[in-house]
Unconditional design. Structure first.
Length: 262
């Protein structure tokens, strides 16, 4: 009997594929470079003072993060055409985010919160550009969901590093409820990273310089993580999820990089 939906036949990993996997593991390890480490350190010092703020303010930050993620999911694809094509490279996204961060830091925490949707959308667009480079349709719903997953990768710290490698097989029903649920799970983690950015922007005027620097670093970090994310997905399409992720985890272990599994 002929199979209606025969299983895909995957190609065994060859030397070239293993080399690509090792390169992706190395890129993830290097993503937490000196700039991100400095941002994390400075933001962490200032964030200790922000912990004294009312609980209402912390809830406001997480609420603003959810709004920013939802906004970027909805609008980033629509800004890739027309004038948006002029901002299509990693360098252009970094420049735009740097300017946005500077403007957001001028007025301290209030303007920094108002600027969050802009920064998040710029990062989302940069991540979409990486998806395109790895053969994915940036406007497809499932690609945009994978872009959201990149925001759940955490940040530069000893206890929160790396990406969730369960994304290759995970599939969500493409519904509004599913997207909102994913955003609800990602927002606290992304808010924790953004709190470092907001901490550095909390002092008016001086926050403009800090905001520019943190945004520059964040675009670089999430772009690197996106290359890992979509690079693994591309390899898994040819070689199978299990083989690719086993090799990737071995490479991470060699680099002593933490692995998060769902």
């Amino acid at each position: 009997m002929k199979l209606v939906n025969p299983e895909s036949v995957h190609i065994p990993l060859d030397e070239a594929a293993v080399a690509r996997i090792n390169a992706l593991a190395g890129r993830q390890h290097r993503a937490n470079g000196l700039i991100m480490q400095f941002v994390t350190f400075v933001g962490g010092q200032i964030e200790d003072g922000l912990k004294l703020l009312p609980a209402k303010t912390h809830a406001q930050i997480e609420g603003a993060t959810k709004h920013a993620l939802r906004h970027s999911y909805d609008i980033a694809g629509r800004t890739r055409g027309g004038v948006g094509k002029l901002v299509g490279t990693d360098r252009a996204h970094r420049a735009l985010a740097t300017i946005s961060g500077a403007l957001g830091g001028i007025g301290g925490l209030p303007t920094a919160l108002a600027e969050l949707p802009v920064t998040t959308t710029v990062i989302f667009r940069a991540v979409q550009g990486v998806a395109v480079a790895h053969g994915e349709d940036p406007l497809a719903d499932d690609t945009r969901i994978e872009c959201l997953r990149v925001f759940g990768s955490g940040g530069a710290s000893d206890y929160d590093d790396g990406i969730d490698t369960a994304f290759v097989s995970a599939r969500l029903a493409l519904s509004g409820a599913a997207v909102n649920g994913l955003i609800g799970r990602i927002a606290p983690r992304f808010a924790a990273v953004l709190s470092q950015k907001l901490a550095t922007q909390a002092v008016p005027v001086l926050g403009a310089v800090a905001g520019a620097g943190t945004n520059f670093a964040f675009v670089g970090y999430y772009t690197d993580i996106a290359h890992v994310h979509f690079g693994l997905r591309a390899l898994a399409r040819d070689h199978g999820e299990t083989a690719v992720l086993d090799a990737f985890h071995d490479a991470l272990a060699a680099n002593k990089t933490p692995v998060k599994r769902a």
